[in-house]
Design a protein around this ligand. Structure first.
Ligand code: SAM
Length: 216
């Protein structure tokens, strides 16, 4: 761990947005899943959510993620409706991407509120049930011949609108993570091989110096 690397870890964590997330509902192609995680990292999403496809687990990560899976945790859920309800219970507005005339333009919502963007499977999109329990349905206007965007492109378009709104509201100007969570994650990101050993032993993580060196 170099002081420069540790400084970068702390800088990135101080920009993380615990109140912005995505829920991927059976996104089954690994390159799409990985590309969405990579965008999440770039925008500052702390943790993503996923309903794994029925015929498999969370798609495997591959080169497309650019190692983003190391920096964005993925919490899995059994189905989209219960995942939406669980996120709403935590105070998130859930915006379902839905290709319908009744959906609002994706730039209309206030993304400075705790927000989860619900993304649908490549073949069939967001289910009617999940769209119905969401707080709003959003759409990126399509003015060409094809009906829809690739899911990772749609995710990036919407998440960077969220980033734009949050930047102008000052949400990246000071850490959104609680101090304790930031210190915990700083140790886990700086020492990914050591952190599980401390957890297994039930011991607190050691204190780190200004340059990321282990002090105790
Ligand atoms: N036939 C599917 C449908 O009707 O929803 C198309 C699914 S599309 C290929 C996969 C996912 O990408 C969608 O569920 C949505 O999350 C996202 N998406 C694609 N185009 C979009 C658009 N114009 N607006 C919002 N989301 C879009």
């Amino acid at each position: 761990m170099t002081p420069e690397r540790y400084a970068k870890i702390r800088r990135v964590l101080s920009l993380r947005q615990p109140t912005l997330t995505v829920l991927m509902d059976e996104v089954n192609k690994p390159h799409n899943f990985s590309a969405i995680l990579r965008t999440c990292d770039a925008v500052g999403v702390l943790e993503a959510h996923a309903v794994p496809p029925e015929n498999g687990g969370v798609p495997t990560f591959e080169a497309t993620s650019g190692s983003a899976h190391k920096w964005v945790g993925v919490q899995t859920h059994s189905d989209a409706v219960s995942a939406v309800r669980a996120l709403q219970a935590r105070g998130f507005q859930v915006l379902a991407t839905h290709l319908s005339d009744a959906s609002v333009d994706y730039r209309a919502p206030d993304y400075t509120k705790p927000t989860c963007v619900l993304l649908g499977a490549e073949k069939w999109g967001v289910s009617g049930e999940a769209a119905a329990v969401a707080d709003a349905n959003i759409v990126i206007p399509m003015l060409g011949m094809v009906q829809s965007l690739n899911v990772s492109v749609a995710a990036a378009t919407i998440l960077f609108e969220a980033q734009r709104q949050r930047l102008s509201a000052g949400l990246y100007a000071q850490p959104q993570l609680a101090a304790g969570a930031l210190e915990r994650l700083a140790f886990e990101w700086a020492y990914p091989e050591l952190a599980p050993l401390y957890r297994e032993r039930g011991e607190p993580y050691p204190e780190l110096g200004a340059g990321g060196e282990v002090l105790s």
